[in-house]
Design a protein around this ligand. Sequence first.
Ligand code: 76R
Length: 252
Amino acid sequence: MSEAVETLEGWWVLHDFRRVDWPRWHAASAAQRAALLSGWQTLCRELSGGPLEQAGDSAVYTVLGHKADLLFLHFRPRLEDLLAAQMAVNLDPGRPFLVPATSYVSVIELSGYLAKPGTGPLPPEVQRRLYPAIPPHRYVCFYPMNKRRQGADNWYMLSREERARLMAGHGQIGRRYAGQVVQIITGSQGLDDWEWGVTLFADDPLVFKKLVYEMRFDETSARYAEFGSFLVGTRLEPDDWPRWLNTATGDG
Ligand code: 76R
């Protein structure tokens, strides 16, 4: 009989992917576009560090490919606070233009495979990992994953010792990327369609490919990991919106 590993949970997390309604954007007048743009910039400022934030953090990314145009990423103390952040995007004057594409609900998770959570107050380094600011790196990569439950390869039937051994190997590969990538693992059992969300932050997007590829050869991923859709994006600061939408010269 295997037992669940102890976990610690921190901020609640919403990955809110949006599409821009491009036909509508193209049909808008120069004045309407200017108003939308300043509305979106104000929204972003209010979400991170402004009145809509209070506690937690938010960041916005442009997303490559057809799956979405934007990612609004929110860390918040409670589910209700995530809802408020989601609704702020929905209720923004630019609402009909920012159409939901896909989303993911999860909570920052530290598992106790390598260090069992003690009973006293949490050490500051653990606090920082449970309640982090969104890492400032330029690029983000997100994908959901499961641990396999199939025939002989059933993660949930392994003993705790065996899982700890596998996770130690996983951590070893990960630590080779120290300084190049920050990973935030969020648990989503009972919350969304996969078991975990993996969010990686780096200043060189090639690091995502190299890390994920190398991990595929680690037994934990090779035998037990199943993956959903991968999305990659670039940080979009409020001041970057005009350049992104090519309106910086007021082209209209
Ligand atoms: O050293 C530590 O303190 C933490 C060790 C550690 C744990 C417990 C760790 C390290 N991870 C842990 C848990 Mn991870 N991680 C992933 C993926 O693409 C794939 O193959 C898998 C997706 C990546 C890229 C990654 C990166 N990790 C987990 C869990 C929870 C498992 C459970 O509880 O059963 C998942 C799903 C998961 C997945 N991991 C690291 C990294 C990196 C880069 C590290 C080193 C981090 C560091 O030392 O700073």
